[in-house]
Design a binder for this molecule. Structure first.
Ligand code: GDP
Length: 316
């Protein structure tokens, strides 16, 4: 149960997921948020993280800090994705344990599951066959983090558990064309083409892979939901439960932005894993379901993107 008086550390509070968690916590009256900017606390430094926890002694920690990126950034930087995310996971989880933090939620992504996992992917598919190569570094680090939570819970009796969201989008996303995730990148590409009057929008791969998208505000609601459970499962998937092809997504973004340009598929760019739909029956059976449809979330996100372009605050 989260109490309004709890001191809650949100690691990564400026990122898309962390900032959504802070908004959701504030909305239920939790104002006692502990946060550190990247500049003031280097999560790669175990000693600094240990000192931070000793000083702040939060009641709850939400680990939403990570080095994230789309298929371009991941496939070009597996070493960095492994190293940084491994260090962040080990330092934030172990540091919390050493400081006596009783409750911790660790966030990852469904790319922790094998490339050829059964679809929709149940939590039980973890570590059953090889990972997708394009994001293997990120996945290995997140698997270590969730396992550390599981081991500490089993061996030391702390309630540390994990939530694995599907592909996320929404408020506070990163719009980097090369390193970003597919949905925000498409918004930026179609908007730029519309404004410039370009004839074509270049997109990656064949358009055939299937992906699932969840609005980050739904994820934040799911975080609060699992944190409210007395005995949450170690590992829980969270997703919208419906999937679309990258080609269908492109058509939706084209319509949502009102861009008349043609789509030019560049098959020299990677497709990544062919399908990544997570099995959300566990979280649904516990009583949670998403509220924001892709069409509604997309319309909101395009409006927010336009606003941030107008204000000069687009994150890249
Ligand atoms: P993934 O879901 O972990 O593979 O990562 P992404 O969010 O980057 O989505 C990648 C999927 O979208 C792949 O099938 C890409 O081929 C496809 N895609 C199409 N156009 C783009 C683009 O402009 N940027 C990105 N990141 N992916 C694109």
């Amino acid at each position: 149960m989260i109490r309004k008086t709890d001191r809650i550390y949100v690691a990564g509070h400026r990122g898309m997921v962390g900032s959504a968690c802070v908004r959701a916590l504030n909305a239920i009256g939790c104002e006692n948020i502990v946060a550190r900017t990247h500049k003031s606390l280097d999560l790669l430094d175990p000693r600094a993280v240990r000192e931070f926890y000793a000083e702040e002694k939060p009641d709850i920690a939400i680990i939403a800090a990570a080095k994230v990126g789309g298929i371009g950034a991941n496939s070009a930087g597996n070493a960095e994705f492994l190293y940084q995310n491994e260090m962040i996971a080990m330092n934030t989880v172990m540091g919390a344990y050493e400081a006596g933090v009783k409750r911790l939620l660790f966030l990852g992504s469904t790319c922790i599951y094998p490339r050829m996992a059964p679809q929709p992917i149940p939590e039980s598919a973890l570590l059953t066959s090889p990972l997708e190569k394009t994001n293997e570094g990120y996945a290995l680090a997140k698997i270590s983090g969730l396992k550390l939570c599981e081991f500490l819970r089993r061996d030391k009796g702390v309630c540390y558990h994990s939530l694995m969201p599907t592909n996320l989008y929404g408020t506070g996303d990163n719009y980097d064309i090369v390193g970003g995730h597919v949905l925000p990148t498409m918004i930026r590409k179609f908007e730029t083409a519309r404004v410039n009057g370009d004839a074509a929008v270049p997109l990656w791969g064949t358009g055939t892979p299937l992906r699932e998208f969840l609005h980050v505000d739904d994820l934040a609601a799911a975080c609060l939901f699992v944190l409210s459970l007395d005995n949450p499962p170690d590992l829980v998937n969270v997703g919208s439960g419906s999937e679309i092809t990258i080609r269908e997504l492109a058509e939706k973004v084209k319509a949502a932005t009102g861009c008349p340009a043609e789509i030019a598929w560049d098959a020299t760019k990677p497709d990544g894993t062919p399908r990544k739909l997570c099995d959300t029956s566990l979280i649904r059976s516990l009583g949670w379901s998403p509220k924001i449809s892709l069409d509604e979330g997309l319309a909101r996100t395009v409006a927010e993107y336009r606003e941030s372009v107008a204000n000069g605050t687009v994150r890249t």
